[in-house]
Design a protein around this ligand. Structure first.
Ligand code: D41
Length: 675
């Protein structure tokens, strides 16, 4: 290529890449697939490679500098980065609004409400639209120069788009890590035996404080801009909200949850709504921020000490608290897995008292170096099981006790083994182990399995203790008299249980397979197996190779299924369950189904998100599966369709980012009906 045409093509490519970057990061709506973007990028790299004189700092290829820094330079903020006052109750917000109205007058104030990102506060300086410096907030007066790292963040424009921006523009925002990115990062860190981060904020802070930008570029960092500092030779708009919308035009990413709100009432509505959706957002939020919208009113209000009078943070209940670890005990699960459980000094986390938290497995205990006597950070988010995030090392007492999983099962004293490559240690007692037996029965009876109403934990324990139920099949041999004699049971509840047992026999092959509790056979696999084999007998005859032909059944799962049905005890139980099996609603073993490709939605992967109005999510899932589709929990490039109901949340956003087709409820219903 001639020099002139290279120059022209480079210019064109940079423009295209900047544009698609903007569509992807700022608007969340990519116009081209990733591969095409990569193609443009590679072409630019290749031209720059043969024409190094054409490289400019603003080129999208120049995000990562080659040489690590020796140390961070200090940056003095010309205009201090103020802090935010905090409020923890509705009353404090009403008081804040009252103070604002007292100063500026007027009946009702317009605010901008936005999530309070739990990330790292930064300031980015653009001159003539070119990013020239990025700095952390530090103490508000002086921060650290992290330009080399900020440049690696894909959603930070190296050059502003469009026109009309001031010659000097300092924008302020929050660098954060998405929850998904954070989890994936920790998986990688573990694989490489590197430091695991306690939460997305620590991970973001640690990533931004790297001297080597080649480390930072590998970290899934994002940014939202929420305000501005220095502005020279140019004007911004009259309201905070309009200013943020201009930011977006210039390629600066603004949180899509940003809204205007009239008076404290709408602020509180916004708060409640965001709090309800907190668990569905793809980023950590520790509250919301309200800001007076009119810049003129902001000026009138000014600030006291280091915080503006025109803004306030309304904090969410904390999801993490400190407490003392009193002891570590061991729980034995359905498949014999031994789980270390931390016994804690009771602590209220987000309004719920937590006394236990899972420690997952021995490796996790060691990785986190958790010891009895330690002060620990407990986390309880939404409905997830509380867990220990990290130990507060500075609070470790002189005497602590390390934990080691026992080599004998604490329930049945059978040997405990840990298979090569597995994280879990297991009791080898099988159904001889009361813990495993009880868990197996509980699972069998659970709602999504055989759905035996009234067969709760206490009752299972009693049935086991009294020797009334040794295996799953014994459940169906229970006599009313036996049950009625148990503690807290009468003839009435006994009769109800007998009835529930009878009713449970009307079920499907898929549910029955799931209920058996074969390791790694969850609902989805059970469903696939049922469709593929059509009958229990067919499945039981299958060898390992046959099983691996079933979609999504790999060698490990195939082995688990195969061994399960070869086990003498299991065969006996299944034989005893014949009366139930005889009644199972079995899909016709369909040779076309067996090929695995001929159902209308075979080979199609779906993700359901949000609330559907016409049916429950389970119904929708079943409908899709009946058409051969696979329904999974999270969106990836392999997803074919995302069905988005009301309030869809982060999965829908992710689908958009990845260019996955999203169906609204109407289109989803059409699809089901057409097939
Ligand atoms: O999302 C945030 N963490 C956030 C922080 C936000 N949405 N808005 C903010 N606004 C301000 C003012 C009103 C002072 C411009 C802030 C912060 N400050 C802030 N971040 C760290 C200290 C203060």
């Amino acid at each position: 290529m001639s020099n002139a045409s290279s120059r022209a093509r480079v210019k064109e490519l940079r423009k295209l890449i900047d544009h698609h970057n903007y569509q992807y990061h700022v608007l969340d709506s990519p116009e081209i697939p990733d591969t095409e973007y990569d193609g443009l990028f590679k072409e630019l790299l290749s031209i720059e490679d043969s024409h190094p004189e054409l490289i400019t700092p603003g080129s999208p290829t120049q995000r990562v500098g080659a040489t690590p820094l020796e140390e961070f330079a200090k940056v003095k903020h010309d205009i201090p980065m103020l802090s935010l006052s905090n409020a923890f109750s509705d009353q404090e917000i009403q008081d804040f609004d009252r103070r604002v109205r007292d100063r500026v007058g007027g009946a009702s104030i317009e605010y901008v409400a936005e999530p309070k990102m739990d990330g790292v506060a930064v300031s980015l300086l653009y001159e003539d639209g070119v990013l020239i410096r990025g700095a952390t907030r530090g103490d508000g007066l002086t921060g650290e120069d992290v330009t080399h790292n900020v440049r690696t963040i894909g959603s930070v424009p190296l050059r502003l788009l469009g026109a009309g921006y001031p010659r000097v523009l300092e924008v302020r925002g929050e660098v954060y890590m998405t929850t998904q990115g954070f989890e994936a990062l920790n998986v990688r860190q573990r694989q490489h035996d590197r430091k695991v981060f306690a939460n997305p904020r620590n991970a973001a802070a640690g990533s931004l404080r790297q001297l080597d930008p080649r480390v930072t570029v590998e970290r899934p960092l994002e940014i939202f801009f929420h305000s501005f500092g220095k502005v020279d030779d140019g004007e911004l708009l009259q309201t905070h909200y309009d200013t943020l919308m201009r930011f977006r035009d210039w390629g600066l990413r603004v949180c899509p949850e940003t809204r205007t709100a009239m008076g404290w009432q709408q602020c509180l509505e916004y708060y409640q709504d965001l709090l309800n959706r907190r668990g569905h957002l793809d980023y950590a939020v520790d509250g919301v921020v309200y800001k007076v919208n009119a810049i003129e009113q902001q000026r009138e209000l000014g600030f006291i000490s280091r915080a503006p009078r025109w803004a306030i943070a309304h904090k969410f209940p904390a999801e993490e608290e400190l407490t003392k670890l009193l002891d570590i005990s061991v729980q034995v699960g359905r498949t014999g897995t031994l789980t270390p459980v931390a016994r804690l000094e009771p602590v209220s986390v987000g309004g719920v008292t937590v006394t236990n938290a899972t420690l997952h497995n021995q490796d996790e205990v060691e990785r986190k170096d958790v010891r009895v006597g330690d002060t620990v950070i407990v986390r309880r988010a939404g409905d997830v099981i509380p867990e220990i995030v990290a130990v507060v090392r500075s609070k470790r007492p002189k005497r602590t006790r390390r934990f080691k999983l026992p080599t004998k099962c604490p329930v049945c004293e059978s040997d405990v083994v840990r298979r090569e490559g597995e994280a879990a240690a297991r009791c080898t007692g099988g159904l001889f182990c009361p813990a495993q037996r009880r868990e197996a029965i509980r699972h069998f009876a659970s709602r999504r399995a055989m759905d035996i109403e009234g067969l709760g934990d206490k009752l299972v324990e009693q049935l086991d203790e009294q020797g009334l139920v040794h295996d799953l099949a014994d459940l169906y041999k229970l006599k009313l008299e036996d049950i009625a004699e148990l503690e807290h049971m009468g003839r009435k509840s006994a009769a109800n249980l007998i009835e529930a047992l009878e009713a449970s026999k009307d079920t499907t092959l898929a549910r029955f397979l799931y209920a058996l509790g074969i390791r790694d056979v969850g609902e989805t696999t059970a469903q696939t197996l049922a469709t593929y084999y059509g009958s229990l007998a067919g499945l039981m005859r299958a060898n390992r190779d046959d099983l691996q032909r079933v979609p999504d059944v790999g060698p490990v799962v195939a082995d688990n299924i195969y061994t399960f049905f070869r086990e003498k005890h299991n065969q006996r139980v299944i034989n005893k369950l014949k009366p139930v099996i005889g009644r199972l609603k079995q899909p016709r073993p369909n040779p076309t189904t067996k090929l695995g490709h001929t159902l209308p939605l075979s080979n199609k992967t779906f993700v359901l998100t949000g609330t559907l109005t016409s049916m429950s999510r389970d119904k929708a899932k079943a409908a899709l599966q009946a058409l051969g589709a696979k329904v999974v929990g999270s969106v990836s490039k392999k997803t074919d369709y995302v069905v988005a109901g009301a309030d869809p949340g982060s999965k829908a956003t992710k689908a958009m980012k990845l260019g996955v087709t999203t169906l609204d409820e109407d289109r989803f219903l059409d699809l089901i009906q057409d097939n």
